[in-house]
Ligand binder design. Structure first.
Ligand code: ADP
Ligand code: MG
Length: 140
C-alpha cells in the first residue's frame, strides 16, 4: 500500500444539517487526513462539469440541482490506500445498501442526498483534486 490522495465532498444535505464535523470525525477515524479543505457554493457550471461523466443519466439534472442547493465542503484526503479506504467508510451509493457503521448508512437522506462524494480511482482522484485545488493549497 502507498500513501495516496483522494477527493471528497461533504454534500449540501450534510451542510444543511450542520453535521460536517461528524463526517470529518468518521474520515479521520478511518485514518484519513484532511490536507486541504474549503467550503463553497458550487455554481451550476461547476456542478455540471464535475459530474459530466453522468450527463446522460436520468438523474443528472436533479443531481446538479441538489449539489447547488446549498454549500458543500470540498476536501483532499491523504492516507495509506486513501481512495479505497474513503469509499469503504462512505458506504454504498444507496444508503439502503450501505454497510452498518458507514457514513451513508448513518447520515444519508436518500440515494441522491447521500452526504458525501469520494473519488472512485486514481485517475478520477487526480482530476477531481485539480478541479478544485491548486497544488499550493494542499498541505500534507
Ligand atoms: P458514487 O457517489 O457512490 O460514486 P455515482 O458516481 O454512481 O455514485 O453517482 C454520483 C451521485 O449521483 C451519487 O452519489 C448520488 O448523489 C447521485 N445518484 C446516483 N445514482 C442515483 C439515482 N439512481 N438517483 C438519484 N441520484 C443518484
Ligand atoms: Mg462516483
Amino acid at each position: 500500500m502507498a500513501v495516496e490522495r483522494t477527493f471528497s465532498i461533504i454534500k449540501p444535505d450534510a451542510t444543511r444539517r450542520n453535521i460536517t464535523g461528524k463526517i470529518i470525525d468518521r474520515l479521520e477515524g478511518a485514518g484519513l487526513r484532511v490536507v486541504a479543505q474549503k467550503r463553497k457554493w458550487l455554481t451550476r457550471g461547476e456542478a455540471e462539469g464535475f459530474y459530466a461523466v453522468h450527463r446522460e443519466r436520468t438523474f443528472f439534472n436533479d443531481l446538479v440541482a441538489f449539489m447547488t442547493s446549498g454549500p458543500v465542503v470540498v476536501q483532499v484526503l491523504e492516507g495509506e490506500d486513501a481512495i479505497a479506504k474513503n469509499r469503504e467508510v462512505m458506504g454504498a451509493t444507496n444508503p439502503e445498501n450501505a454497510d452498518a457503521g458507514t457514513i451513508r448508512k448513518d447520515f444519508a437522506e436518500s440515494i441522491e442526498a447521500n452526504s458525501v462524494h469520494g473519488s472512485d480511482g486514481p485517475d478520477t482522484a487526480k482530476t477531481e483534486i485539480a478541479y478544485f485545488f491548486a497544488e499550493t493549497e494542499i498541505v500534507g
